[in-house]
Design a binder for this molecule. Structure first.
Ligand code: ZN
Length: 165
């Protein structure tokens, strides 16, 4: 397999920036390349769509609007909790605006960011931190290979840069 397509395992170096000001929000620079199984919802949708057909050594730069990245921000995802529910956390560390925590919900763990700490309440934002943002990615394809049967069965890549288990 020599180009990015569904059921391939792709390794890429990437740098993500905000198109408004060029600020870098994430980059694989200085780390292992990002390795992912293509076509199994491991990546935000626009990223894979823009990289389909790319060959090893190829570089692509593209900008994704929120709908093809982490979605729009939704006010319904901003929730106010009684501060008492954070008693266990506060016993360990002071609550601060910008702190990221994980809530155990019925449908599994969900990360959130504290946006306000009041005397008796805490405001938690469950939106992804990149929701509502347009994102520019500069990507270089490092390696493309066939997925193994195990990887296809699990729905994710194994080995360096992928899942270890
Ligand atoms: Zn696995």
């Amino acid at each position: 397999m020599s180009e990015i397509q569904n059921d391939a395992v792709a390794s890429v170096h990437y740098t993500g920036t905000f198109p408004e000001d060029g600020e870098v929000f994430d980059s694989s620079e200085g780390r292992d390349p990002l390795t992912f199984l293509v076509g199994h919802r491991n990546m935000i949708p626009g990223f894979e769509a823009e990289m389909l057909g790319a060959k090893v050594g190829e570089r692509r730069t593209f900008t994704l609007e929120p709908a093809r990245a982490y979605g729009e921000r939704e006010e319904a995802n901003v929730v106010t909790f009684p501060r008492a529910e954070f008693a266990e956390v506060e016993a360990e560390v002071p609550l601060e605006v910008g702190m990221t925590l994980v809530a155990g919900m019925e449908d599994g763990p969900r990360p959130f960011t504290i946006t306000e700490v009041r005397d008796d309440e805490v405001v938690a934002d469950f939106n992804h931190q990149l929701a509502g943002r347009s994102l520019t990615f500069a990507v270089e394809v490092v390696e493309v290979r066939d997925a193994t049967e195990d990887e296809l069965a699990h729905g994710h890549a194994h080995g360096p840069g992928g899942h270890h288990h």
